[in-house]
Write a protein of this length. Sequence first.
Length: 650
Amino acid sequence: MCGVGAVFSRDGSPVNPSELSLMNKLMSHRGPDGSGVLLLNNGALGLAHTRLAINDQAHGHQPMVDEEAELSLSYNGEIYDCDRLRAQLRLLGHQFKTSTDTEVVLKLYRAYGLNMFEHMNGEFAFLLWDNKKKKLLAARDRFGIKPLYFLQTSKCFSFASEKKPLLALEQVPFQASHDYLLSSFMGSFIGHESFFEGIKAVKAGHFLLLDEQGLKEVAYWQPDYSTKTNISFEEAKITLSDLLKQAVERRLVADTEVGSYLSGGVDSSIITSLAAETHPDLKTFSIGFHGADFDESQLAKQTAESLNLPSSILMAGKHELASGLLNSLKHIEIPISSPQPVGMTLLSKHIRDSGIKTCITGDGSDEWFAGYAYFKLDQLRSLERKEGKQSPELKKLYQQFYRKEQGNKVLLWFPCDNWQDYTFQDSTNNREYISSYGIRYHAVSGLRQKLFNPEINAKQENMHDQIHQYYSKLSQQNLSGLDFNRALSSQQLSHYIFPMQSDRVQMSHSIEGRLPFLDKDVVEFAQTLPADYLLNLSQLQEKHLLHETFKDKLPAHMRFKHKQAYHSGFSWDDFSKNKQGKGIWEHYLSYSNIKDSGIYNALFVKTLKQINRYAPNHSDLKCKTDLLLGNVFTSLVLLDQLKPENLKPN
């Protein structure tokens, strides 16, 4: 994996090379093995690149140029089956000078143009200049695994793998995006706005085409839930097993050693067990937490031992977690409701210090195979809505759900007694959807009014309309209730999960994460699965097909293990009382600092702090106020730490 950047002058004026160098400096953690800049189009376009060398380490310097075709590429990511693709391209007359996938991407564009994405399976983001057509292509993988951001002004378009290089250019006013605060900040992930005003994400499964006339957005891939498989459950198990094995094998191909992130959860255990079949020396890496009530490191150790794999466990305490928060936040670049990402950042450093720079992970399973508690809860709510009441059988299931999911309350499902008031009604096709995302958004509308200042609150109605339009667009696809939730969950994956606990924390220490569950073939099969294959509602079993398929591959202690929210046992309450965190917490959440931010109602935040201080531990009130204060706190840290003047060299 790498860092990419570009500046495209709209009026033909030359790009300043020092801006490209600054971009590379701010992305050096993404690519410590080399960097380069390239001026093109008579200086009106500049490409930047920092390289993390995985394949063909001696070659592959970027930006890479195909002089014959007049193409230049700054590329981040990994596409798989490159040997097969090279063979196909050679039959079409293309020659190769390296064994990098970067060159494969260049040749795919030469051979297929904008249809190239049909041949690409992997995680990627890139910027490709076609000098003959005078067009810049900016593209992102199907699921948004690899980041790519852009901003536009009257003078230029700028792109980068992270927001810091764009902020440092000082092309737009430095402030928080009101649209982001009213949507993603409050758990409704519908747009492509970033936390910073003017900076947007290239959407997952999309590309942008840019020339002197302007910008054009094209969706080259979108989920399609319309066609459901007619194969039996047993046949589905065989198909899933074959596809996931293939996906793992694809991601074990590298010129450097590949390791595995191994938690105490089912997903990473499945991926690790499949990898161990062909790589018996696969190194596993896990994290544990000193003194935490919830610590799965011993489960991960048991899994590694049962598979006869070497295991390395990093044990972290509250001191290390508090000390690492600001650094983690600088890389994550979005407000976070929980300090849990700090643990993953520390683990990434541990892996890199162990000599590994490529790891397979279990990310992406919960979104596509219905792993979160709210998938089950919303199915129960839909049954109640359909029947008009709670039958004795349904009432029993509700009771079992609340007992089983008590530890995930608020984190993986949102309690709401009047949820029926917040169902989404689409009058155009007479459909109704019960989704925890919509329920939560409407249930906290009063909270938003109290939290934000009047200027932001004035935009609430407009954001409500945007969310309604987005839901209506999904509704027009005639999705099932579960698929409606899967579509919204995949949005959260690219908007929040990847920055918080995947790409950004991994690349903070130059670790390339590879995600078998988000293999193109695996996902395109997963989207055809009916609800009863994904959930065994009578047993309240999430990821039903996944569990049944791999139960014999997993150690006994992991079979049918219940999904738990990732937790380090380190809360904002812990941070605020810790020696390293207390002063920082009090500074950013002081009444004067809140008031000076111009974003939040300082008196209301002060009240939240008081409520949080005296709320009983582990209560819903404690959890809700903890999460909200975390978002407010980290947003203010970002607006201070990532000021342009703080990003530039002294």
